[in-house]
Design a protein around this ligand. Structure first.
Ligand code: FUL
Length: 460
């Protein structure tokens, strides 16, 4: 055999402690029930729709009037059907974007669909449709509001809480509340009453995760689909600091696409080197938000920028397959439907995601590995063309694996390394590109205490 495999790997463990007080401190950080539920349904969609759809802008100006919302009808059934076809399991609707216009008939402002040409409540139409077609519903409510006169005074916090209460009371179960960190650089200085907002969410929708300016879901840090080589879920608690998130978020309308460029500054958020310097740690998994087109809102000028299903699938593998959740934005047009180009890509994506696990070769549930489980062998029934390997840690025991390798075993008995990776986390998808083999070997090189592998699946 060309490679040396160490059965009793725990004595080596990459030269770092397998068990120690410090390691215990890391693995004691585990997800909440809500975070576990989200990790099990890691792909969902954004719907950016509102005043900006009618005016073909990204941010609006704050001086629009309800009559500028010229859209008269929407086909919510088509929206949800399109999203379901992609394999996504939820929708987050921009109930109010930075321009302040509300897609529901709020009792606390005149600036809503109520006073426009639109007949009805768009939040109700979309949430009803989600419930009808069996997918989750979530809300985006922009804290920054360019229109409302109360913004900048304590009365705005009351207004925001009232709106949050409406959204979390009248539209059934809400799976995620998305608080955007974006705020114009010239906006008045104002302290949002986050603790009050969070208390309302926890009491009215205890199953909802709070994203971005919240403590349940971390923004991956860019809007281009880039994830880190090692995306850790156990990170320093200071990353939950809302002010820090806001500083990195969009601060100008024209930045809509510049955030699609990658920043690599904060590449390491959760290695031992980082954690040992931080007294407080949190389970704060990353969410990748990307738009299917150049902008977040639909504009006919950007129909050429619709991403192909191949590109979307790559984004899926690079997020869902790398311990992140994936929030893909699909913005309907001003005629009330999602454009046929976007529909085509979404359908294509759905097919690709389905095909990923359509032909299982073997699925195993190893559980907690023992000291002499340095490697585990898997024997296939016959020679197979291996395409994907899907690994999952049991994250209720935290995120433990720090380095692993995958080998295939050829029909002549030799091993060939096909992948060397770092973290696994809730899900790691490894592409093997149809290599012929009769078995495989998973080698754990480094871990925080003994790994707990929930499952490993091999797919043709
Ligand atoms: C940003 C916003 O400014 C964009 O308009 C969009 O809503 C995106 C998801 O977040 O920060």
């Amino acid at each position: 055999m060309k490679y040396k495999f160490n059965n009793n790997w725990t004595t080596d463990n990459g030269g770092v402690d397998l068990n120690s007080k410090e390691v215990d401190r890391y693995i004691l950080v585990t997800p909440s029930e809500n975070q576990i539920r989200l990790a099990e349904k890691p792909f969902y969609c954004f719907i950016h729709f509102g005043m900006n759809t009618a005016t073909a802008r990204e941010w609006g100006t704050g001086s629009e009037t309800p009559s500028d919302f010229t859209i008269k009808s929407i086909d919510a059934a088509q929206w949800v059907k399109t999203i379901k076809a992609s394999g996504a399991t939820g929708v987050i609707l921009t109930c109010k974007h930075h321009d302040g216009f509300c897609l529901w008939e709020s009792d606390y402002t005149d600036f809503s669909v109520k006073n426009s040409a639109f007949q009805g409540d768009i939040v109700k139409m979309v949430s009803d449709e989600c419930h009808k077609q069996g997918i989750d519903f979530g809300v985006y409510l922009s804290p920054w509001d360019m229109h409302d006169e109360r913004y900048g005074t304590e009365a705005y916090n009351d207004y925001f809480c009232n709106q949050l209460t409406e959204l979390l009371t009248n539209y059934g179960e809400v799976f995620e509340v998305w608080f955007d960190g974006a705020k114009g650089s010239n906006a008045v200085k104002f302290e949002y009453d986050w603790e009050r907002y969070y208390a309302i969410i926890r009491s009215l929708q205890p199953k909802a995760n709070i994203a971005i300016c919240g403590h349940d879901i971390r923004w991956v840090g860019n809007e281009g689909g880039k994830t880190r080589k090692s995306e850790y879920s156990v990170v320093p608690s200071c990353l939950c600091d809302v002010e820090k998130t806001m500083k990195n978020s969009q601060q100008d309308e024209s930045q809509a696409s510049s955030l699609q460029k990658y920043k690599s500054t904060d590449e390491d958020l959760g290695s031992r080197k980082v954690l040992e310097k931080n007294a407080y740690l949190s389970w704060y998994p990353a969410e990748v938000d990307v738009s299917i087109r150049k902008g977040w809102f639909h504009s006919d000028n950007e129909n050429k920028t619709v991403k192909s299903s191949k590109k979307l699938f790559w984004l899926y593998l690079n997020s869902v397959g790398k311990n992140c959740t994936f929030l893909l934005n699909v913005p309907p047009a001003a005629n009330g439907v999602i454009h046929s180009k976007d529909v085509r890509s979404m359908k294509g994506l759905g097919k690709k995601i389905k095909a990923l696990t359509e032909n299982p070769i073997l699925i195993d549930k190893p559980g907690r590995l023992s000291d002499d489980n340095g490697y585990i062998d898997f024997n296939f029934d016959r020679e197979r063309k291996l395409n994907y390997v899907i690994l999952k840690e049991d994250i209720s025991f935290s995120q433990r694996v720090e380095a692993f390798d995958l080998y295939i075993r050829k029909s002549n008995g030799t091993f060939k390394k096909v992948f060397g990776g770092t973290v696994i986390g809730s899900q790691r998808i490894v592409c093997v590109k149809g290599k012929k083999c009769v078995g495989a070997r998973l080698v754990i090189r480094q871990s925080r205490s003994n790994p707990v592998i929930k499952s490993i699946g091999f797919y043709e």
